[in-house]
Ligand binder design. Structure first.
Ligand code: AMP
Ligand code: MG
Length: 347
């Protein structure tokens, strides 16, 4: 299959119509969202969703997120409650995914056999326009090969999906850069299953009772059941071995400068450290205090590390609090919990 790629905005009517036709016919289109690029198909068509799993090489028990154009469209696919609408008012459209009991119209292929469905209304206008034109809820997981870093540009999608899907809509670089915040809700309770740009503190402005699922910060223990099936799989990993350095205990510049002499490695440093290190294979991730930028660049840099062909990558261990929790969660899983220094140090 030849993969076509077009630059688009919300007014690219012809291309969006073409994409909507592919989706209505049971095909897959890669779409930009504010978080990462998604592989979109008709969420109500079990066979179409099956083909998403095939293109990604994704385990079939890892459910897909269903994207809708307006919060109230959740009614077609799920049983909502008051808290859903309170959250929707504040955070939709935006990078928040809410797990709700599903209606029968949603096939088991979409939800990995679960009786719940993940619902999200994206901020990206191309994504919302496509959902509106197709008139369908669109199931869309991240458009990467399973296990690899999620794609934040159309080029990343092409690298993984060339020849596997007919169309990639290029809406430019994703502004958030990590996947949505995923939460489970009851009448008066929120459980955070995956951290994203919307933080536990943001959620507490709507409902005080917010808890964080164990697998967000730590490895699942043997035999422990994941509330969110995706949390049990290895994720976001570059081919090189990634090590995180707890810089409260190890001098990052001294340590990595020595590694640069000793091995074929890349260093994911803060911008302020560029001039202190050898220039070879540096992957600056942004200013020390600029967590937003670091989060937005992370997946691109993990892919760049692979392009450099290095054996190891060293990076700072991020804080696991506040807006840093999302990048902490992705990095700790990308490095398979290899942390150097500190009480959690395993190196
Ligand atoms: P991705 O498609 O790569 O953005 O991943 C979607 C995430 O949402 C995965 O971690 C899934 O496990 C999670 N998810 C999707 N649907 C559900 C659901 N019904 N219950 C719990 N987690 C879900
Ligand atoms: Mg993914």
């Amino acid at each position: 299959m030849k993969t076509q790629i077009f630059k688009v905005d919300k007014d690219s009517v012809d291309i969006l119509n073409m994409a909507a036709d592919i989706i209505k016919d049971g095909g897959i289109v890669a779409i930009p969202t504010e978080t990462v690029y998604g592989l979109g198909a008709n969420a109500l068509d079990g066979e179409a969703c099956k083909s998403i799993f095939k293109a990604k090489g994704r385990p079939s028990d890892n459910p897909l997120i269903v994207h809708i154009a307006k919060p109230e469209h959740a009614e077609k696919i799920a049983y909502t409650n008051q808290l859903y609408y309170k959250l929707a008012e504040k955070f939709m459209p935006g990078p928040l995914t809410i797990i709700l009991p599903k209606r029968d119209i949603v096939p088991p292929q979409t939800t990995g056999g679960l009786d719940t469905v993940a619902v999200r209304c994206p901020l990206n206008e191309v994504a919302r326009e496509l959902i509106s034109i197709s008139g369908l809820p669109i199931a869309a997981p991240s458009a990467n090969t399973s296990g690899k870093p999620s794609p934040t540009t159309a080029k990343h999608v092409l690298d993984d999906m060339d020849g596997k899907i007919p169309l990639i809509l290029d809406g430019g670089e994703c502004s958030v850069g990590v996947e949505s915040t995923v939460i489970q809700i009851k009448e008066n309770e929120i459980v955070l299953l995956r951290p994203g740009q919307i933080t536990p503190r943001d959620l507490m402005s709507v409902c005080e009772n917010v808890t964080i699922a164990g697998a967000v910060k730590e490895e699942l223990k043997a035999g422990e059941k994941a509330l969110s099936p995706g949390m049990k799989y290895k994720h976001y990993a570059p081919k090189a071995e990634l090590y995180l350095i707890d810089d409260r205990y190890i001098n990052f510049v001294e340590f990595t400068k020595a590694r640069q002499k000793a091995e074929n490695c890349a260093i994911m440093c803060y911008d302020e450290e560029i001039s202190l290190l050898e220039s070879k294979n540096l992957l600056p991730i942004g200013k020390k205090e600029d967590i937003k930028k670091q989060t937005q660049k992370l997946f691109d840099l993990l892919r760049k590390a692979d392009d450099l062909g290095v054996d190891t990558v060293y990076a700072h261990l991020p804080s696991d609090e506040g807006e840093s929790l999302a990048i902490y969660n992705r990095m700790i899983r990308a490095c398979a919990h290899r942390v150097l220094g500190g009480i959690n140090g395993k190196g």
